[in-house]
Ligand binder design. Structure first.
Ligand code: XIL
Length: 354
Protein backbone atom coordinates (compact mmCIF):
# COMPACT_ATOMS: atom_id res chain seq x y z
CA UNK A 1 0.00 0.00 0.00
CA UNK A 2 2.78 2.37 1.02
CA UNK A 3 4.56 1.57 -2.23
CA UNK A 4 1.45 2.26 -4.21
CA UNK A 5 1.08 5.70 -2.61
CA UNK A 6 4.73 6.45 -3.29
CA UNK A 7 4.29 5.41 -6.90
CA UNK A 8 1.22 7.60 -7.32
CA UNK A 9 3.02 10.56 -5.71
CA UNK A 10 6.00 9.98 -7.99
CA UNK A 11 3.83 9.79 -11.09
CA UNK A 12 2.04 12.93 -10.04
CA UNK A 13 5.29 14.79 -9.43
CA UNK A 14 6.88 13.71 -12.67
CA UNK A 15 3.82 14.72 -14.64
CA UNK A 16 3.97 18.13 -12.93
CA UNK A 17 7.66 18.41 -13.73
CA UNK A 18 7.19 17.64 -17.40
CA UNK A 19 4.18 19.95 -17.45
CA UNK A 20 6.33 22.74 -16.05
CA UNK A 21 9.12 21.94 -18.48
CA UNK A 22 6.79 21.87 -21.45
CA UNK A 23 5.02 25.01 -20.47
CA UNK A 24 6.68 28.37 -20.44
CA UNK A 25 7.39 28.58 -16.77
CA UNK A 26 10.88 27.16 -17.03
CA UNK A 27 13.08 29.22 -19.32
CA UNK A 28 16.75 29.04 -20.16
CA UNK A 29 17.59 32.31 -18.47
CA UNK A 30 15.91 31.24 -15.26
CA UNK A 31 17.35 27.75 -15.28
CA UNK A 32 21.04 28.58 -15.79
CA UNK A 33 23.45 29.95 -13.21
CA UNK A 34 25.40 31.76 -15.94
CA UNK A 35 24.23 34.10 -18.71
CA UNK A 36 22.45 32.55 -21.68
CA UNK A 37 22.63 34.55 -24.85
CA UNK A 38 21.59 34.61 -28.44
CA UNK A 39 22.79 36.43 -31.50
CA UNK A 40 20.12 38.81 -32.69
CA UNK A 41 19.90 41.52 -35.29
CA UNK A 42 18.63 45.02 -34.76
CA UNK A 43 15.74 44.33 -37.09
CA UNK A 44 14.73 41.17 -35.24
CA UNK A 45 14.68 43.04 -31.96
CA UNK A 46 12.71 45.91 -33.39
CA UNK A 47 10.36 44.55 -35.99
CA UNK A 48 9.71 40.88 -35.35
CA UNK A 49 7.29 40.61 -32.43
CA UNK A 50 7.30 36.83 -32.12
CA UNK A 51 11.07 36.54 -32.23
CA UNK A 52 11.52 39.40 -29.79
CA UNK A 53 9.08 37.82 -27.35
CA UNK A 54 11.05 34.57 -27.28
CA UNK A 55 14.35 36.40 -26.90
CA UNK A 56 12.98 38.28 -23.91
CA UNK A 57 11.64 35.08 -22.40
CA UNK A 58 14.64 32.78 -22.79
CA UNK A 59 17.78 34.92 -22.82
CA UNK A 60 19.59 37.45 -20.67
CA UNK A 61 22.48 38.25 -23.00
CA UNK A 62 22.52 39.56 -26.58
CA UNK A 63 25.28 39.49 -29.16
CA UNK A 64 24.33 41.67 -32.12
CA UNK A 65 24.84 39.31 -35.04
CA UNK A 66 26.31 41.75 -37.56
CA UNK A 67 25.39 45.19 -36.29
CA UNK A 68 28.56 45.81 -34.28
CA UNK A 69 31.00 44.62 -36.93
CA UNK A 70 33.41 47.13 -38.44
CA UNK A 71 31.61 47.40 -41.79
CA UNK A 72 28.39 48.15 -39.87
CA UNK A 73 29.66 50.82 -37.51
CA UNK A 74 32.07 52.40 -39.98
CA UNK A 75 30.54 51.84 -43.41
CA UNK A 76 32.47 54.78 -44.87
CA UNK A 77 35.95 56.07 -44.31
CA UNK A 78 36.40 57.26 -40.72
CA UNK A 79 32.69 57.92 -40.17
CA UNK A 80 31.18 56.11 -37.22
CA UNK A 81 27.47 55.35 -37.33
CA UNK A 82 26.20 54.73 -33.84
CA UNK A 83 22.39 54.78 -34.19
CA UNK A 84 21.85 51.04 -34.53
CA UNK A 85 24.23 50.13 -31.71
CA UNK A 86 22.71 52.83 -29.50
CA UNK A 87 19.29 51.36 -30.08
CA UNK A 88 20.50 47.85 -29.16
CA UNK A 89 22.14 49.30 -26.04
CA UNK A 90 18.80 50.86 -25.09
CA UNK A 91 16.98 47.57 -25.73
CA UNK A 92 19.36 45.69 -23.44
CA UNK A 93 19.15 48.34 -20.73
CA UNK A 94 15.32 48.35 -20.86
CA UNK A 95 15.21 44.61 -20.54
CA UNK A 96 18.05 44.05 -18.13
CA UNK A 97 20.14 42.05 -20.59
CA UNK A 98 23.89 41.80 -20.97
CA UNK A 99 25.25 43.22 -24.22
CA UNK A 100 28.24 41.46 -25.76
CA UNK A 101 30.29 43.30 -28.39
CA UNK A 102 31.15 41.37 -31.54
CA UNK A 103 33.73 41.99 -32.96
CA UNK A 104 36.36 44.74 -32.91
CA UNK A 105 38.89 43.25 -35.35
CA UNK A 106 37.97 40.52 -37.81
CA UNK A 107 39.25 40.01 -41.35
CA UNK A 108 35.78 39.12 -42.64
CA UNK A 109 34.17 42.33 -41.41
CA UNK A 110 36.94 44.70 -42.39
CA UNK A 111 35.36 47.10 -44.89
CA UNK A 112 36.78 47.28 -48.36
CA UNK A 113 37.31 51.05 -48.15
CA UNK A 114 39.84 50.34 -45.39
CA UNK A 115 41.79 47.59 -47.12
CA UNK A 116 41.93 49.79 -50.21
CA UNK A 117 42.88 52.98 -48.41
CA UNK A 118 46.60 52.57 -49.11
CA UNK A 119 47.66 52.49 -45.46
CA UNK A 120 51.21 51.75 -44.41
CA UNK A 121 51.84 49.92 -41.16
CA UNK A 122 52.18 53.13 -39.15
CA UNK A 123 48.97 54.75 -40.34
CA UNK A 124 47.02 51.49 -40.09
CA UNK A 125 48.22 50.98 -36.56
CA UNK A 126 47.06 54.51 -35.69
CA UNK A 127 43.70 53.82 -37.30
CA UNK A 128 43.30 50.60 -35.30
CA UNK A 129 44.10 52.28 -32.03
CA UNK A 130 41.77 55.21 -32.68
CA UNK A 131 38.97 52.96 -33.87
CA UNK A 132 39.10 50.67 -30.84
CA UNK A 133 39.53 53.57 -28.42
CA UNK A 134 36.58 55.54 -29.77
CA UNK A 135 34.30 52.50 -29.98
CA UNK A 136 35.07 50.94 -26.61
CA UNK A 137 35.05 54.27 -24.75
CA UNK A 138 31.66 55.17 -26.13
CA UNK A 139 30.20 51.97 -24.65
CA UNK A 140 32.34 51.89 -21.51
CA UNK A 141 30.46 50.19 -18.68
CA UNK A 142 27.66 49.30 -21.11
CA UNK A 143 29.15 46.59 -23.30
CA UNK A 144 30.09 43.89 -20.81
CA UNK A 145 32.68 42.12 -22.94
CA UNK A 146 34.09 42.21 -26.44
CA UNK A 147 35.40 39.80 -29.00
CA UNK A 148 38.46 41.94 -29.48
CA UNK A 149 40.03 39.77 -32.15
CA UNK A 150 38.01 37.20 -34.03
CA UNK A 151 39.49 34.23 -35.92
CA UNK A 152 43.20 35.05 -35.63
CA UNK A 153 44.46 31.49 -36.01
CA UNK A 154 44.81 29.31 -39.13
CA UNK A 155 42.81 26.08 -39.41
CA UNK A 156 44.68 22.84 -38.67
CA UNK A 157 48.05 24.54 -38.38
CA UNK A 158 50.14 26.13 -35.70
CA UNK A 159 50.23 29.55 -37.33
CA UNK A 160 48.41 32.84 -37.30
CA UNK A 161 45.96 33.50 -40.10
CA UNK A 162 47.36 35.58 -42.92
CA UNK A 163 44.81 38.37 -42.93
CA UNK A 164 44.95 42.00 -43.98
CA UNK A 165 45.75 42.87 -40.34
CA UNK A 166 48.43 40.24 -39.90
CA UNK A 167 50.05 40.97 -43.22
CA UNK A 168 50.20 44.68 -42.47
CA UNK A 169 51.08 44.64 -38.77
CA UNK A 170 52.23 41.14 -37.81
CA UNK A 171 51.11 39.61 -34.53
CA UNK A 172 51.28 43.05 -32.88
CA UNK A 173 47.83 43.97 -34.25
CA UNK A 174 46.41 41.62 -31.62
CA UNK A 175 48.39 43.28 -28.81
CA UNK A 176 47.38 46.73 -30.00
CA UNK A 177 43.68 45.92 -30.15
CA UNK A 178 43.61 44.40 -26.65
CA UNK A 179 45.68 47.21 -25.12
CA UNK A 180 43.52 49.95 -26.65
CA UNK A 181 40.31 48.19 -25.57
CA UNK A 182 41.56 47.74 -22.03
CA UNK A 183 42.65 51.34 -21.74
CA UNK A 184 39.25 52.48 -22.99
CA UNK A 185 37.32 50.27 -20.55
CA UNK A 186 39.42 48.55 -17.90
CA UNK A 187 36.41 46.55 -16.65
CA UNK A 188 35.35 45.06 -19.97
CA UNK A 189 36.08 41.36 -20.45
CA UNK A 190 38.25 41.02 -23.54
CA UNK A 191 38.08 37.88 -25.67
CA UNK A 192 40.02 36.13 -28.37
CA UNK A 193 37.31 34.21 -30.26
CA UNK A 194 37.60 31.45 -32.85
CA UNK A 195 35.75 28.68 -34.67
CA UNK A 196 36.44 24.93 -34.80
CA UNK A 197 38.67 25.09 -31.73
CA UNK A 198 36.26 22.67 -30.03
CA UNK A 199 37.30 20.03 -32.60
CA UNK A 200 40.53 21.09 -34.31
CA UNK A 201 43.09 20.34 -31.61
CA UNK A 202 45.99 21.72 -33.63
CA UNK A 203 44.13 25.01 -33.94
CA UNK A 204 43.20 24.94 -30.25
CA UNK A 205 46.82 24.37 -29.26
CA UNK A 206 47.95 27.24 -31.49
CA UNK A 207 45.29 29.43 -29.85
CA UNK A 208 46.59 28.51 -26.40
CA UNK A 209 50.16 29.25 -27.54
CA UNK A 210 49.01 32.65 -28.76
CA UNK A 211 47.25 33.36 -25.46
CA UNK A 212 50.41 32.42 -23.59
CA UNK A 213 52.49 34.75 -25.74
CA UNK A 214 50.00 37.58 -25.17
CA UNK A 215 50.05 36.99 -21.43
CA UNK A 216 53.84 36.88 -21.33
CA UNK A 217 53.91 40.30 -23.03
CA UNK A 218 51.44 41.63 -20.47
CA UNK A 219 48.62 42.02 -23.00
CA UNK A 220 45.31 42.42 -21.13
CA UNK A 221 43.37 39.44 -22.46
CA UNK A 222 40.66 38.16 -20.14
CA UNK A 223 38.64 35.65 -22.15
CA UNK A 224 38.66 32.85 -24.70
CA UNK A 225 35.63 32.35 -26.92
CA UNK A 226 34.86 29.02 -28.54
CA UNK A 227 32.37 29.81 -31.28
CA UNK A 228 31.17 26.17 -31.18
CA UNK A 229 29.49 26.08 -34.57
CA UNK A 230 29.64 22.38 -34.19
CA UNK A 231 28.31 19.22 -35.80
CA UNK A 232 26.50 16.13 -34.55
CA UNK A 233 29.43 13.79 -35.23
CA UNK A 234 32.11 15.79 -33.39
CA UNK A 235 33.01 13.49 -30.47
CA UNK A 236 32.19 14.70 -26.97
CA UNK A 237 35.65 13.58 -25.82
CA UNK A 238 37.32 16.07 -28.15
CA UNK A 239 35.01 18.85 -27.05
CA UNK A 240 35.81 17.99 -23.42
CA UNK A 241 39.55 18.09 -24.19
CA UNK A 242 39.16 21.56 -25.73
CA UNK A 243 37.11 22.85 -22.83
CA UNK A 244 39.80 21.63 -20.43
CA UNK A 245 42.45 23.45 -22.45
CA UNK A 246 40.36 26.62 -22.44
CA UNK A 247 39.69 26.36 -18.70
CA UNK A 248 43.39 25.83 -17.94
CA UNK A 249 44.15 29.32 -19.29
CA UNK A 250 42.37 30.71 -16.23
CA UNK A 251 40.49 33.09 -18.56
CA UNK A 252 36.75 33.55 -18.84
CA UNK A 253 35.37 30.91 -21.20
CA UNK A 254 32.50 31.84 -23.53
CA UNK A 255 30.71 29.39 -25.78
CA UNK A 256 30.02 32.32 -28.00
CA UNK A 257 28.14 31.18 -31.14
CA UNK A 258 26.68 27.75 -30.48
CA UNK A 259 24.72 25.81 -33.06
CA UNK A 260 24.78 22.14 -34.08
CA UNK A 261 24.37 20.98 -37.67
CA UNK A 262 23.79 17.52 -39.17
CA UNK A 263 25.18 18.17 -42.63
CA UNK A 264 28.71 19.27 -43.52
CA UNK A 265 30.57 22.21 -44.98
CA UNK A 266 34.20 23.17 -45.33
CA UNK A 267 33.81 26.51 -43.51
CA UNK A 268 33.60 28.41 -46.79
CA UNK A 269 30.60 30.42 -47.85
CA UNK A 270 28.20 28.55 -50.12
CA UNK A 271 30.02 25.23 -49.75
CA UNK A 272 27.55 23.12 -47.83
CA UNK A 273 27.30 19.39 -48.45
CA UNK A 274 23.69 18.26 -48.16
CA UNK A 275 23.59 14.76 -46.64
CA UNK A 276 20.33 14.79 -44.68
CA UNK A 277 17.27 16.26 -46.34
CA UNK A 278 14.91 16.11 -43.44
CA UNK A 279 14.99 16.21 -39.69
CA UNK A 280 13.52 12.97 -38.38
CA UNK A 281 12.27 12.78 -34.81
CA UNK A 282 15.15 10.47 -34.00
CA UNK A 283 17.68 13.03 -35.27
CA UNK A 284 15.92 15.73 -33.30
CA UNK A 285 16.24 13.66 -30.11
CA UNK A 286 19.93 13.02 -30.75
CA UNK A 287 20.45 16.73 -31.25
CA UNK A 288 18.78 17.33 -27.89
CA UNK A 289 21.28 14.99 -26.31
CA UNK A 290 24.18 16.78 -27.99
CA UNK A 291 23.00 20.17 -26.73
CA UNK A 292 22.70 18.64 -23.28
CA UNK A 293 26.18 17.09 -23.44
CA UNK A 294 27.79 20.37 -24.48
CA UNK A 295 26.14 22.34 -21.69
CA UNK A 296 26.91 19.57 -19.19
CA UNK A 297 30.58 19.54 -20.19
CA UNK A 298 30.73 23.32 -19.97
CA UNK A 299 29.35 23.25 -16.44
CA UNK A 300 31.45 20.29 -15.40
CA UNK A 301 34.80 21.36 -16.85
CA UNK A 302 34.86 25.15 -16.71
CA UNK A 303 35.13 26.42 -13.12
CA UNK A 304 32.12 28.49 -12.05
CA UNK A 305 34.04 31.74 -11.82
CA UNK A 306 35.23 31.30 -15.43
CA UNK A 307 31.76 30.62 -16.86
CA UNK A 308 31.10 33.71 -18.96
CA UNK A 309 28.07 32.02 -20.48
CA UNK A 310 26.63 30.15 -23.43
CA UNK A 311 25.48 32.16 -26.43
CA UNK A 312 23.55 30.63 -29.33
CA UNK A 313 24.14 31.94 -32.84
CA UNK A 314 20.45 32.48 -33.33
CA UNK A 315 17.90 30.42 -31.46
CA UNK A 316 15.66 29.18 -34.27
CA UNK A 317 15.90 27.24 -37.52
CA UNK A 318 13.85 29.82 -39.42
CA UNK A 319 16.44 32.57 -39.21
CA UNK A 320 19.64 30.56 -38.71
CA UNK A 321 22.66 31.94 -40.58
CA UNK A 322 23.65 28.38 -41.59
CA UNK A 323 21.08 28.06 -44.37
CA UNK A 324 21.84 31.18 -46.41
CA UNK A 325 25.55 31.26 -45.60
CA UNK A 326 26.46 27.68 -46.49
CA UNK A 327 23.50 27.08 -48.82
CA UNK A 328 22.49 24.16 -46.64
CA UNK A 329 19.12 23.00 -45.49
CA UNK A 330 19.86 22.20 -41.86
CA UNK A 331 18.25 22.50 -38.41
CA UNK A 332 20.97 23.74 -36.09
CA UNK A 333 18.96 25.64 -33.48
CA UNK A 334 16.84 24.93 -30.39
CA UNK A 335 13.56 26.33 -31.76
CA UNK A 336 12.12 25.11 -35.06
CA UNK A 337 10.92 26.90 -38.18
CA UNK A 338 7.58 27.62 -36.52
CA UNK A 339 9.29 29.08 -33.47
CA UNK A 340 8.41 26.10 -31.31
CA UNK A 341 10.78 24.51 -28.81
CA UNK A 342 12.60 21.43 -30.20
CA UNK A 343 14.08 18.50 -28.27
CA UNK A 344 17.30 20.56 -28.60
CA UNK A 345 15.70 23.16 -26.34
CA UNK A 346 14.89 20.60 -23.64
CA UNK A 347 18.37 19.11 -23.96
CA UNK A 348 20.01 22.49 -23.48
CA UNK A 349 17.66 23.31 -20.62
CA UNK A 350 18.61 20.08 -18.89
CA UNK A 351 22.29 20.67 -19.54
CA UNK A 352 22.42 24.18 -18.10
CA UNK A 353 20.65 23.26 -14.87
CA UNK A 354 22.84 22.56 -11.84
C1 XIL B 1 27.82 35.48 -39.58
C2 XIL B 1 26.41 36.03 -39.58
O1 XIL B 1 25.59 35.20 -38.80
C3 XIL B 1 25.90 36.13 -40.99
O2 XIL B 1 24.64 36.81 -41.00
C4 XIL B 1 26.89 36.88 -41.88
O3 XIL B 1 26.47 36.81 -43.21
C5 XIL B 1 28.28 36.28 -41.77
O4 XIL B 1 28.67 36.24 -40.41
N1 XIL B 1 31.70 33.48 -37.01
C6 XIL B 1 31.46 34.74 -36.50
C7 XIL B 1 30.20 35.44 -36.83
O5 XIL B 1 32.26 35.23 -35.69
O6 XIL B 1 30.36 36.83 -36.90
C8 XIL B 1 29.60 34.92 -38.11
O7 XIL B 1 28.33 35.52 -38.26
C9 XIL B 1 29.50 33.42 -38.08
C10 XIL B 1 30.86 32.81 -37.94
Amino acid sequence: MKNLVALIVLLFLSSCASDILRGDRVTLRNAASFPIGTAASYSQLNTDDSIRAIILKEFNSITPENDMKMYSVMPRSNEFRWEVVDSIVAFCARNDMRLFGHALVWHSSTPRWLTEAGHDSVSLSTFLEEYVTAYVSRYKGVVDGWDVVNEAVTDSAGTLRQTFWYNMLGESYIDQAFIAAHEADPNAILFLNDYNIERDTVKMNATIDLINRLKSRGVPISGIGLQMHTRMDIPNEIIAYSLRKAAETGLQVHLSEVDIIFNRHNDRQGEGEQIYNELTSEMAQEQGEKYMNIADMYRGIVPKDQQYGITLWGFNDRTTWIRPFFKLNDWPAIYDDNLQRKPAFYGLLNGVMD
